[in-house]
Design a protein around this ligand. Structure first.
Ligand code: NAP
Length: 478
């Protein structure tokens, strides 16, 4: 199956005229065209999902698991084609795209298994003649809205647990990267599930989002994207009192203490900061390095960054692709200008790449102050700003001085410091001597303005379930 469909998928049918271009950020070439749905399309998708909800939620859990398992097998069988499609519309190097397809598939596999482990409880009753039963039931129709930075994994991280829980789904992927989402939907084994169990539409995000928030049949909105749009969805969902699951922006601190394994810290910094060209919600946004090792860390990191190969992600050896758009480049440049104007020093990189387009040089910035935009805001680009600190308490205070709280990282060899800092950092996820937080089995999510709820693991399926308390009375012995 290499002829990917690009229409919308509604009620098991591919519909809509192809109106909006999807561009390759590496070349500017058109890689596909998708429909431009609005309110009517959004409502039609919910009609389909609402129709499919009774049969799908009543399908036995083992069978739902089998359907997901078949979806997983189909994704794995198309790994290479999916990775190439992903790189074509998103720009990340092919090796990273393959990794993302594996990561995306891992959620489908995990929730295929987890569908059978939606357990209730029996609670000791307050009456002799009654029993307290607690059931977990599918919440209903779920709306999923996903971003462009992980076009495959964000789709399966929402749709797989939703479907495993017996929910039906309406999905709207980002307009920069809708093709991977549609391809994943094409690979869903539609013959094994009711038409309308999984629907995908593309188009006007504001109109679709508003229609789904206003619709009382949609019981949950699961969104990954900016904090600004997350707040809008909270406001829009107030009228219908919807459950919201929000994975929003981050501003991750990365602390390096002077007792750390410096090489490991530099390896971690490279992965955390420069994966996906720094366009990752959990990527390190600001580096706090203890004074004694500051210069050595800066130089070692810069040497590694100078070796990075920028180019079209389909080419062998390329480690850094283009940024997603000219707006993304402008934001990175504005953050750098602000820092340099305030006295920061460019150690390497620092400007758009000679390749032109949306390519940007991977950058290390020293002598950064916490008041600069590179520290206060999410840069979402390949810039590593380094700030010097003296004492542990200062580093923790600086790290926590943010309204975001998604991920935090630190490197130390001191076990008591490791526990102390992990406890004190205000973040939903903490990487201690490791940047590899993401996996299908762990609860991914943030505190403060980084979001509500968790994705992945057992917590991830709980988002899609309602708790029902049943009091079974009249049980007195005759
Ligand atoms: P964004 O503008 O918020 O877009 C995300 C999604 O929301 C896209 O599908 C977008 O559609 C849609 N959208 C835009 N306006 C909307 C509206 N008024 N109503 C409903 N949906 C709307 O974010 P982005 O710039 O693409 O993504 C980057 C942000 O996502 C960063 O802040 C990053 O930290 C965050 N992120 C968080 C996580 C996490 O797990 N916490 C993961 C990845 C990214 P269109 O593309 O069609 O406009």
């Amino acid at each position: 199956m290499t002829n990917w469909k690009t229409q919308s998928l509604v009620d098991g049918r591919w519909v809509g005229s192809l109106e909006s271009d999807v561009l390759n950020p590496a070349t500017g070439a058109v890689v596909g065209r998708v429909p431009n749905n609005g309110e009517a399309g959004a409502r039609a998708a919910v009609d389909a999902a609402a129709g499919a909800f009774p049969p799908w939620s009543q399908t036995i859990a083992k069978q739902r698991g089998r359907v997901l398992r078949q979806w997983y097998d189909n994704i794995v069988a198309h790994r290479e084609q999916l990775a190439r499609l992903l790189t074509a519309e998103q720009g990340k190097p092919l090796a990273e795209a393959r990794g993302e397809i594996d990561y995306a598939a891992s959620f489908v596999e995990f929730y295929a298994e987890e569908s059978r482990r939606i357990h209730g409880e029996t609670i000791p009753s307050h009456r002799k003649d009654a029993r307290i039963l607690v059931w977990r039931q599918s919440i209903g129709v779920c709306a999923a809205i996903t971003p462009w930075n992980f076009p495959a994994a964000m789709v399966t991280r929402k749709c797989a647990p939703a479907l495993a829980a017996g929910c039906t789904v309406v999905l709207k992927p980002a307009m920069e990267t809708p093709l991977t989402a549609l391809a994943l939907a094409q690979l869903f084994p539609h013959d094994l599930a009711p038409a309308g169990a999984l629907n995908v539409i593309t188009g006007d995000a504001a109109a679709i989002g508003k229609a789904w928030c206003d619709d009382p049949r949609v019981r949950l909105v699961s969104f990954t994207g900016s904090t600004e749009i997350g707040k809008l969805l909270i406001r829009q969902s107030a009228e219908t009192v919807k459950k919201l699951s929000l994975e929003l922006g981050g501003n991750a601190p990365f602390l390096v203490f002077d007792d750390a394994d410096l090489d490991a810290a530099v390896d971690g910094a490279i992965f955390s900061k420069f994966r996906n060209m720094g366009q990752t919600c959990i990527c390190a946004n600001r580096f706090y390095v203890q004074a004694d090792i500051y210069d050595r860390f800066a130089e070692t990191l810069a040497n590694r960054v100078r070796d990075m190969v920028v180019g079209d992600g389909t080419q062998e050896g390329v480690t850094q692709g283009p940024l997603i758009s000219v707006d993304a480049v402008a934001k990175v440049q504005a953050h750098l200008d602000d820092a340099v104007a305030g006295g920061a020093r460019i150690v390497c990189g620092g400007k758009p790449h000679d390749l032109g387009g949306t390519y940007f040089e991977p950058t290390v910035l020293a002598d950064v102050e916490p008041t600069m935009r590179v520290c206060r805001e999410e840069t979402f680009g390949p810039v590593a700003p380094l700030i010097c600190f003296d004492h542990e308490a200062d580093a923790i205070a600086l790290a926590n001085a943010s309204r975001s709280g998604l991920a935090a990282y630190f490197y130390t060899r001191d076990i008591s410091r490791a526990i102390r800092c992990a406890e004190q950092l205000e973040a939903g996820m903490v990487g201690v001597n490791s940047p590899y937080l993401s996996c299908e089995a762990a609860p991914f999510g943030g505190v403060k303005e980084s979001g509500l709820g968790r994705e992945g693991g057992r917590d991830g399926i709980a988002e899609f379930l309602e708790t029902k308390y049943v009091l079974l009375g009249g049980l007195e012995a005759p």
